[in-house]
Design a protein around this ligand. Structure first.
Ligand code: AMO
Length: 427
């Protein structure tokens, strides 16, 4: 049976008997009439309860945020400021909410971050918070359907693993019966192994765990990673796939989410191709601004702010030095100091890392060891490179950071339902 939502009232003819369900956000009882502001996932409606009707006597029993069912109809003339009105014939209380509420929904008061996230179920009743997840879902759907249209297969790879991918330090260790294991930082090794399985194009949307100590508006200890890997492709092919995937994600969000334009920073899908700038060009720009970058050094936040100010939105920084990229990144044929890699940026925020990968098993083994890792731990991965591994490329895109920049959220935690950070593993 199709659920009838508050937004479905728009355009309904007066007199037709309908049933609404939702939360009583506010209740006002006057001498001759009572009002309930009813909320469901699609919006608000004013429920008008006339004194001479049976439900009027119940109004005093309904506390804020109680769950109710209302039978009635839209009036001849809508008088509510909300823009929707419904005349109640019958009200049933499905569940009474306790009071005081952990967080007020109707009141315009500032609530601190801890109270909000300790009571996230309540915090999400505020439309300005729940719509972030409708946006995130629509962005992801747009990206997913684009990747499907490009011949990608969605896969699921293990999250409990025995080897590090992005470097040894940032791992959460877990007890795995009599052995130690880790929560995966990235599906990197698995998506590459699948290329050797002959699938050619795979993507995964899943959690990634990073035991990073950072406590910043950009870092989570568990985030959603959208990863792709494609065979017979280089870094340019991967960048091309990324900019189009993002553009489709934003287009789907703007088209499918009601009132998206009111809360989206981006008012139309970004034009492709996104601008590209090399790492060396960034270093020159920074030098012009009196900032020196030492050879093979990563760019810090302050430096990225300067680079980001030159672009309106998304841009790629390409050809990073080999020192700052993981072992699986391939180098340029004509200059081994630089890699076939890229980051996608939005202002100073990094959204994606990607690259063409090393596909020669001897080179890969040497690079693992150069990074100070024990190559015997990677034998299961290296093996797949010895029996026909094509050249391949891919990327990992942080979904919460992408949502953060599209909606201009001050903190990435806003884009995570139940964020995990340096001090929070609750609720
Ligand atoms: P990287 O480590 O750069 O690359 O991660 C890819 C993207 O994931 C997001 N991200 C995070 N988001 C929130 N909090 C964090 N702590 C966090 N760490 C990373 C970012 C980042 O750009 N295997 C490679 C990808 C590849 O080459 O395919 C990788 O994981 O948006």
């Amino acid at each position: 049976m199709k659920k009838f939502f508050v937004a479905d009232l728009d355009g309904k003819l007066p007199g037709e008997m309908l049933t609404l369900n939702g939360w009583a956000q506010d209740i006002r009882i006057l001498k001759n009439v009572g009002f309930i502001v009813l909320r469901d996932q699609t919006g608000l409606v004013q429920i008008t309860v006339k004194k001479d009707t049976e439900p009027f006597s119940m109004l005093g029993d309904i506390s804020r945020e109680s769950v109710i069912m209302v039978k009635g109809a839209v009036p001849e003339k809508i008088q509510s400021k909300i823009g929707r009105e419904f005349i109640a014939n019958e009200i049933s209380i499905l569940n009474i909410a306790g009071s005081p509420l952990p967080i007020g929904i109707a009141d315009e008061v500032e609530v601190d971050f801890d109270t909000r996230f300790n009571n996230r179920f309540m915090d999400l009743r505020k439309p300005e918070h729940s719509r972030i997840f409708r946006a995130k879902s629509a962005i992801l759907w747009g990206i997913r359907s684009f990747l499907m249209s490009q011949g990608f297969t969605e896969v699921q790879t293990p999250k409990i693993v025995s080897a590090a991918t992005e470097g040894g330090a940032d791992l959460f260790r877990v007890k795995y019966f009599e052995k130690d294991a880790f929560l995966n930082q990235s599906p990197q090794l698995y998506k590459e192994m699948l290329i050797a399985s002959g699938v050619e194009r795979v993507f995964e949307v899943g959690p990634a765990f990073r035991a990073e100590e950072h406590n910043t508006p950009r870092h989570l200890n568990e985030f959603t990673s959208i990863d792709i890997e494609m065979a017979f492709a280089d870094h340019n092919d991967a960048m091309h796939m990324l900019e189009n995937a993002i553009s489709h994600g934003i287009e789907n969000f703007l088209n499918k989410v009601p009132e998206a334009l009111q809360f989206s920073l981006l008012k139309s899908p970004p034009k492709t191709p996104f601008p590209r700038i090399t790492y060396e060009e960034c270093v020159s720009i920074l030098a012009e601004n009196g900032l020196k970058v030492n050879k093979g050094e990563d760019l810090n936040n302050e430096q990225l702010k300067i680079i980001g100010s030159r672009f309106e939105g998304f841009y790629f920084i390409t050809h990073w030095p080999r020192e700052v990229r993981p072992f699986y990144t391939s180098v340029l044929e004509d200059n081994e100091n630089f890699t076939k890699s890229f980051d996608l940026q939005f202002r100073e925020i990094e959204l994606t890392s990607g690259a063409q990968r090393v596909h020669n098993p001897e080179t890969l083994k040497r690079k693992i060891e150069e990074k100070g890792l024990d190559s015997s731990n990677f034998e299961f991965y290296l093996k797949t490179f010895r029996y026909g591994m094509p050249p391949h490329a891919g990327w990992g895109l942080g979904l919460e950071r992408l949502t953060q920049v599209i909606l201009n959220l001050p903190n990435v935690r806003e884009a995570s339902l139940f964020p995990r950070d340096r001090t929070r593993v609750f609720p």
